[in-house]
Design a protein around this ligand. Sequence first.
Ligand code: FDA
Length: 308
Amino acid sequence: VYAVQVLTKDFFLYLSKNKALNRAAQNWGGNIAAGKIVGGLDFPSSIKFIKELNEEGLSVTVDHLGEFVTSYEIARERTDECIQTIENIAVQGLDSQVSLKMTSLGLDIDEKLVYENMTRILDTAEKHKIMVTIDMEDEQRCQKTLDIFKDFKQRYTHISTVLQAYLYRTEDDMKDLNQYKPFLRLVKGAYKESAKVAFPDKADVDENYKKIIKMHLLNGNYTAIATHDDAMIDYTKKLVKEHQIPTTQFEFQMLYGMRTVTQKELVKEGYKMRVYVPYGNDWYGYFMRRLAERPSNIAFALKGMTQK
Ligand code: FDA
């Protein structure tokens, strides 16, 4: 069973990077489990899902799906879309932040383009006091992403990023970032990485995850613990109790459609809970990574695709 799971994980992570299938998926559009694991094909059609979540006491971060963009034009379109989303959030009074990927703004094309695009986005975010989180992509792009984060963090307050527990470098990155007192989302890590850069053993990833949660919280920084894993959630609950860390210094985060009962339970217990709601037609890579993480998501997601 373990061998099959490993194969499945690698298989879906491999598929997640297949450009031809990605293009086909975008053209297909179709019913992509909208309202189940993806908000909708555009922001307006996602608003009703965000409002439903907000009404249940859940905060949101929206992500306009799209990554590994290779044209200036599309990178600028993604930027415009992101700016419009921030403005829409403000106008609609939604309890929502924004998440984005550096490759969707042109990281693989030209770094100057990313700086231009990020400046426009952060000017808007600053105006509306809406936090923008830079998702962390694969290890190859980690240093560049952190450099961009550090540069903007010196001039903007509404910016945050992500560290991944599976990378060996993460503990050092956290020490380095501490001088900026950053808001950070902490995750285990979702990409296929080699043993040269990432812990191959899940138990080591979990240990490192606990370590960085503790480090960031005890450094007095705002921490988003983004996981569906009860063991990590319980660890955090005990840690904050032991060190009397207020509930205003941290939040839990989960992906839209995952563990929906637990999400609401955490709110009832008095914790802040934020749901990551992706939207857009470039859903292929996101979808494949979710399948890789948890084979049982396959049945769940496929069911979603065939239901209206
Ligand atoms: P993991 O997959 O290790 O599972 C541990 C245990 O949790 C399972 O054995 C099971 O018991 C339970 N569990 C997990 N999923 C469940 C489910 N759906 N239902 C019931 N039980 C479940 N990654 C990245 O590289 N860059 C990023 O920027 C982000 N951003 C991000 C934002 C948010 C809000 C989240 C929640 C996650 C990310 N990730 C991410 C993804 C992250 O790195 C990771 O791949 C997934 O969250 C899966 O790891 P978990 O910690 O959830 O548990």
